[in-house]
Write a protein that binds this ligand. Structure first.
Ligand SMILES: Nc1ncnc2c1ncn2[C@@H]1O[C@H](COP(=O)(O)OP(=O)(O)O)[C@@H](O)[C@H]1O
Ligand SMILES: [Mg+2]
Length: 236
């Protein structure tokens, strides 16, 4: 089993969209964990499930240890995808867990005990408890990068966070994914960054149908799915 989180200090860079499409394009039994109070994964995979069915069994309840992982897992409409949903409770988790830094270590152990081929975690922007929990739980951290002047600073901040984990265990691998870029930009990013950072060969273009599919709660068409499949093969 591999645990993969999608993280970035910046918001609006495509983390949730990447997490959703990666889950849809990977083979095997998948658990997606929504650690972001924006709840994009929850809205996508549990679009028709009433809030009452899960509001007291979410990633907040899992991360604070109020509930077991198993009791927070719901089946999505997709036969191979299961989900630990998010709720607005996550907004208060940083304050609640401030005195319990070991909470993130327990979270990894509890996820590792589950039987899935892949666990994909979506994390909120900024550096807070849920984001750190996602990083700490992971074997691989995917970070969408764009062709802009904040990219190196964002990657360096993520690397610093991961450095802190390496005091406790083998650090997760950070892979930067050129995202919402052209092919030319993805090659330029490779050239500029690959000495200091891992950059995936696969890139994901900026495509309106990707946005539309996520908003409508439907899968992207096969020609687009291919780019996510290529990325999933690269990190499998
Ligand atoms: N590959 C893409 N092409 C075009 N638009 C995209 C793509 N990926 C995401 N978007 C759009 O960009 C915005 C931010 O994406 P989102 O996944 O919510 O980012 P984050 O989770 O980092 O905040 C959303 O409106 C989304 O629909
Ligand atoms: Mg998001």
């Amino acid at each position: 089993m591999k645990i993969i989180s999608i993280s970035s200090a910046k918001g609006g860079v495509g983390k949730s969209t990447l997490a959703i499409n990666l889950a849809l394009s990977m083979k095997g039994k998948i658990l997606v964990c929504d650690f972001d109070s924006q709840a994009s994964l929850t809205d996508y995979f549990l679009r028709d499930t009433p809030l009452d069915d899960f509001i007291n069994k979410t990633s907040y309840h899992f991360l604070t240890g109020k509930e077991s992982a198993e009791s927070c897992i719901l089946k999505s409409d997709n036969d191979s995808i299961y989900i630990i949903p998010a709720s607005l409770d996550l907004i208060k988790i940083g304050i609640e867990m401030a005195s319990d830094p070991m909470g993130v270590i327990r979270a990894r152990k509890r996820l590792q005990a589950l039987k899935y081929d892949y666990i994909i975690i979506d994390t909120p922007p900024g550096i807070g408890f849920s984001m750190r929990a996602g990083l700490y739980c992971s074997d691989i951290i995917l970070t969408p990068i764009q062709f802009d002047r904040w990219t190196v600073q964002g990657l360096s901040m993520l690397a610093e966070e991961v450095e802190a984990i390496s005091e406790a265990r083998t650090a997760p691998e950070i892979i930067a994914v050129p995202y919402m870029t052209t092919e030319k930009e993805s090659i330029q990013l490779q050239d500029a960054l690959s000495e200091s950072f891992n950059v995936s060969k696969s890139f994901i273009g900026r495509k309106l149908p990707i946005r539309t599919a996520v908003n409508k709660g439907i899968p992207v068409k096969d020609s687009i799915k291919e780019s996510f499949q290529n990325l999933s093969k690269e990190i499998a």
